[in-house]
Design a protein around this ligand. Structure first.
Ligand code: UD1
Ligand code: MG
Length: 452
């Protein structure tokens, strides 16, 4: 059955003490509201209505979604009033799933369960039992039907004993919702239009109101301050780490692993502590990632070893390559099979051919390095003259002596050799030796200066 989703996200989030609207704060590297949108998209929602209020410009600049219906709630007069802003866009025949924008860990499976409950009754509520339900709307039941939600501030002492609470997530038909919304009043302790009042209206019409529960309460926990944000961040990281381990990844310490995006892994991947993975990352079979690495939007092929403290961003590492420790691969770095990049080597927009090596203290920018070339310690491609970037081409089997500067644009031929300490400014032909440095002069018995 067709269904649409209303996400309530107009609240200001005062307790975040932030210039950013609350729902744009990130969990697992993704703005909370984006995470919810992603979840309902994979659930197959036909339309998504986002009720927003504060920080509309920032929201619209960040959340780039086609088919998202933006509903402005200029004044926040309550959750019922918020849903009223979306009501004109809701069809009678469809079901409507109402969610809150600040509970980002809700899982697709849980919403599917809520949908399944709705399919066999008139109104489905997602509820949870809390040890301390203070502040929450309480679920009132009679026999096997839910009959009301009573807000904490409006509840009697007896009702406050109820531990089952409203998560704010619910589903009903569009026609019912719109009829009930039209009858809301703000005659209550907070002077607000409560969405929760529709439950008693439904019960009065003799509707069947049933509930579903999440697997864990963190799924429905809202964020009001940065402490709660950090708790949800940890919960999400643990959930993701568990999934990876169940998929066959070894995490040497799941509490010291952070995934802010999507990670695809082959078999027998091993990840040491304090690794941060961001964006879209793929690791092939038998890849090993050392401690303290940062991997961002990169692809690392089978049997590659990334040693500790390396940073790899928008780069590709080929099969059985060796990277680091302390290497930095910047956007556009590509390593072909069995290439090696060692400590304090930086690469940008550079292709390193199969089996080529740059083992120490080197900068390779805007360069193409042929197969099996050897780049000595301290080699630098001088790719920038202060205005323009230029290319360096180093041929197959070339040997660049230590501490050479290759002033681009320049070509070093196949099998060519560059003497250590050279400053190369013009082409070196295939198989030639280029030496471009001051000649050594020895002065015998040279008297050192003495202190006056
Ligand atoms: C609400 C529920 C309560 C439930 C609790 C769960 C009502 C009346 N109460 O209470 O039963 O236990 O959530 O967290 O619904 N919002 C708007 N516009 C508004 C008011 C709120 O968009 O005018 C949004 C907020 O941004 C937030 C959500 O609705 O995402 C919930 O609002 P909040 O003020 O937190 O409601 P509670 O008082 O906590
Ligand atoms: Mg709340």
């Amino acid at each position: 059955m067709a269904f649409s989703v209303v996400v309530l996200a107009a609240g200001k989030g005062t307790r975040m003490k932030s210039d950013l609207p609350k729902v744009l704060h990130k969990v697992g590297g993704v703005p909370m509201v984006q995470r919810i949108i992603n979840t309902v998209k994979s659930l197959g929602a036909d339309d998504i209505h986002l009720v927003y209020g504060h920080g509309g410009e920032q929201l619209q600049a960040t959340i780039k979604e086609d088919n998202l219906n933006w509903c402005l709630q200029a004044d926040q007069l309550g959750t019922g009033h918020a849903v009223q802003q979306a009501a004109p866009h809701i069809k009678d025949q469809e079901d409507v799933l109402i969610l809150v924008g600040d509970a980002p860990l809700i899982r697709e499976e849980t919403l599917s369960a809520l949908k399944a409950v709705k399919a066999s009754c008139d109104l489905a509520l997602l509820t949870v039992e809390l040890d301390d339900p203070t502040g929450m709307g309480r679920i009132v039941r009679e026999n096997d039907n839910i009959t009301a939600i009573v807000e904490h501030k409006d509840a009697t002492d007896a009702q406050r004993e109820i531990k089952e609470i409203n998560t704010g997530m619910m589903m009903m038909s569009g026609a019912d919702l719109k009829r009930w919304l039209g009858n809301l009043s703000n005659d209550n302790a907070q002077g607000e239009y409560y969405l929760t009042d529709v439950i008693a209206m439904a019960a009065a019409e003799g509707k069947r109101i049933q509930s579903a529960q999440p697997e864990s309460p963190v799924e429905v926990e809202g964020v009001n301050n940065r402490l709660q944000l950090s708790n949800l961040e940890r919960a999400l990281q643990r959930r993701q780490a568990n999934e990876l381990m169940m998929n066959g990844v070894t995490l040497l310490d799941p509490a010291r692993f952070d995934l802010r995006g999507t990670l695809h892994t082959g078999n027998d991947v091993v990840i040491d502590v304090n690794v941060i993975v961001e964006g879209n990352v793929t690791l092939g079979d038998n890849v090993t990632i050392g401690a303290n690495c940062i991997l961002r939007n990169c692809h690392i092929a089978d049997n590659a070893v990334i040693e500790a403290n390396s940073i790899i961003e928008e780069a590709q590492v080929g099969e059985a390559c060796n990277v680091g420790p302390y290497a930095r691969l910047r956007p556009g770095a590509v390593m072909h099979k069995q290439a090696k990049v060692g400590n304090f080597v930086e690469m940008k927009k550079t292709v390193l051919g199969e089996g080529a090596k740059a083992n120490h203290l080197t900068y390779l920018g805007d360069a193409e390095v042929g197969p099996n070339a050897n780049i000595g310690a301290g080699t630098i491609t001088c790719n920038y003259d202060g205005v323009n970037k230029s290319q360096t081409r180093i041929g197959e089997n070339a040997f660049i002596g230590s501490n050479s500067s290759l002033v681009a644009p320049v070509v070093i031929g196949d099998g060519a050799t560059v003497g250590a300490g050279s400053v190369i400014t013009t082409e070196v032909e295939d198989k030639a030796l280029a030496v471009a440095r001051g000649k050594q002069r020895n002065i015998a018995n040279w008297p050192r200066p003495t202190k006056k």
